[in-house]
Design a protein around this ligand. Structure first.
Ligand code: FES
Length: 113
């Protein structure tokens, strides 16, 4: 593997929000590399998920949030944003993206283009 190959596969930190626009209880829809991603602030913790329900692809940006549980507006499946989904558990898993708060910026870890 060349140095260029390693650079191409390294994750990037992309600024997607300011902390003052994503207060607890708020959400924000962002686009990174053409992908639609929804950010949620749940009790101070920032969660970033793909804006596509793993059941049938409905947008999750307008889903009803009860605590940390997001309800898909299409067919009502529920996803707990505070819990990770174990692959092979038999349940549908959200695609999640790591986020980090640095100063007053929310940075999303995106794959290299
Ligand atoms: S598309 Fe989300 S529950 Fe069916």
């Amino acid at each position: 593997m060349t140095r260029q190959d390693q650079t191409d596969t390294m994750p990037r930190q992309v600024p997607v929000a300011r902390t003052d626009e994503l207060q607890p209880g708020q959400r924000k829809l962002v686009f990174v590399d053409g992908r639609s991603i929804v950010l949620f602030n749940i009790e101070g913790g920032i969660h970033a998920i793909d804006n596509s329900c793993p059941h049938n692809g409905a947008s999750l940006a307008s889903g009803r949030l009860e605590g940390s549980v997001l309800r898909c507006p299409a067919h009502g499946l529920r996803f707990d944003l505070a819990k990770s989904c174990e692959p092979g558990s038999g349940s549908l898993c959200l695609r999640r993206f790591p986020v980090q708060v640095v100063g007053d910026s929310v940075l999303l870890q995106a794959e290299s283009a």
